[in-house]
Design a protein around this ligand. Sequence first.
Ligand code: MSK
Length: 629
Amino acid sequence: MGFKLTTIEEFESATDRLLETGKKVGADSWQMRVKNQTPHCKFGEQGICCRICSMGPCRITPKAPRGICGCDAHGIVGRNFLRFTAGGAATHSDHGREICHTLHCASRDGSYHVKDAEKLIRIAGEWGVETEGKDIYDLAHEMSELALMEYGKPFGISRWLSRAPEHTRELWKKAEIEPRAIDREVSCAMHMTHMGCSSLPEALVRQALRAGMADGWGGSMCGTEFSDVMFGTPMPVDTEANLGVMKEDEVNIIVHGHDPSLSEMICEYAGDPEMIALAKSLGAKGINVAGVCCTSNEVAMRRGVPMAGNFLQQENVVLTGACEAIVVDVQCIFPALGPLSKCFHTKFITTSPIAQMPDSDFIRFSAESAAENAKKIVRTAVENYVNRKSDLVHIPQMKQKATVGYSVEAIVKTLDGVTNSQVDVLGTTKPLIECITSGVIRGAVAMVGCNNPRVRPDSAHVGLMKKLIQNDIILVLSGCSAQAAAKAGLMDKQAKDLCGAGLKRVCELADIPPVLHMGSCVDISRMMVLASELAKDSGLNISQLPLVGCAPEWMSEKAVSIGNYVVATGIDTFLGVAPQVTGSSEVTGLLTEGIRDWVEAAYTVETDIDKLCDAMITRIEEKRAALGI
Ligand code: MSK
């Protein structure tokens, strides 16, 4: 049979079948909870409820246009938006901090190693650290300390900003959004939004950009770069995606969350002969690890570990009845997994003091005792195989092939083969620029973000991707957007047949799928590096490139922090879910137009997905026209 995408209807009928099992065992589901929570609070949706002090909560209405302190809707919305951003920036950056800490624990004979020494030396060079004659582990420890200092240094701005083109750096300086110490920007955001501090929309939005910058050009970049140093810089690797990757006759361990320090160790011990022998002694044929959410992206890109699903599919893995353990670290984990797992034999294993939940088995994981902790977790999962209830087992036979792992390094290497001039341009983004300027590819979209029940799950991601590739627009993806693509089949190289003639030719020549998997949500920092390299290699400003960002189904605070640093980097960003700012024309006006004066880019919000797609194509074509290409 020829290549065929999996449709949204097929995703949904698989979910419906699983929900029937759920009903049988009395399980709750997000689909039911959405109904209970609808309609949503209009004050919250518009961002005009203030709970920042205990004189309130105050809610803005035509009859009550100011809170008790006198703050108007613009101040309240601006403060809420800034706090939302700060939550996201703190979360991503703390993930980055954990990675820096893990790097500090790396040693030749320990659990964590330096796998990409070249990258470590390159970053050391960027940071002005002497590498000559230094033991690679001494260098790793020195760099990890410097990176940890980035979180609290008293003076100066983020070291990573030096990667950006000069023009962008000047804009940041002029707009006063260069991030200082990472924690300082989060702390400053909380200070500014405390009762009796800022209520001026412009000041609040400016700090929201700066806090986002502390994430993308600070904490997230630490997370991505030092994960690569320890676990390897991703290179193209084949894998599979969707629930069909779970195996009926094996122990299924699902890793979910974000931090690869845990998931890498789980993968390591799931391959341990002792554990495999234990699984076999209990009647299983082996141990199968698969991922959910960004943890899945991390281990898929580096190890080819299959992707069971994205954010709104996390309950589905338990509903298969074939999940021995769902092992989580931090972020995007439904507390619902606790009670749900109790309806099955599944062990819901929490591991981080940052994400502790009721109805879970807490097995504390730390970089210092990683081996011991990971072994215990894998053993717990394997021993649980005998408790599986065969009458509840149903794994939807649905999966697609995917090629993943397109780090900036991998993209540069792979696309070198596309043009005729590859000999002179090895190691630059020039081949990609040539494809764009010649019109073979019209432009690029960086599509990121989550699922959100406000949007039919995955429909916006997949619908937009299909239309964009038909229009010769290449996509770089991360987060749950990437998994939506992989589940649908858009990361199969055969998806080139769905592209316009130009993009199809590029896919054939470079042997790539039309949508490129760049990683997890912290890895959007990779996209910032790619945009910077494209600008430097082309001599253009980032804002001139026919490149836009898009988050059609976003839901988390992290997504807003990401949006803010993507826009602040000069990339127009298109949202399919409205941020909770509509209660203020001033804040909305700043985000959708005003900030363009500071950073040469702004947000577009459009919940009609067809219109959103047209708006992106129009913007890409406008940028091409402005360049005369
Ligand atoms: S996991 S932040 S649902 S992309 Fe990174 Fe997915 Fe969004 Fe979480």
